[in-house]
Ligand binder design. Sequence first.
Ligand SMILES: [Zn+2]
Length: 124
Amino acid sequence: MSLIKCPECEHEILSRIGTICPNCGHMVGYFEGDKNRKKYGKFFAISLFVPFINFVLVLLSSFNKTSLIVASVIFVVLAFLSSPIRYKDIFVTKFEKILFWGIWLGANTLIAVMIYNLMHKFVN
Ligand SMILES: [Zn+2]
């Protein structure tokens, strides 16, 4: 467990979430302290934002075969970039791991099915 300086009074405290500074009473928040947790905050935003962007992108390109192919390629790249597998070191609890794999798998499966159906439409 690493030590950080309290953001309020600079007293040295544990970086663990929920640690209360004995000097000023400040409680260590979720995105404070640990560098990994700051990275995690970024990942949290990406994991919610990227599937949404993909969804809109695929939806907008659904009337044109070429743009659908382009959107599909972008989807695969973005899905990979936002994958929890690239961030596996930063999950603090098992719950976070399950939660983000769930969100990632759910959102990307939905979009993949959408792409598949649209491709099917163009083939026939
Ligand atoms: Zn303090």
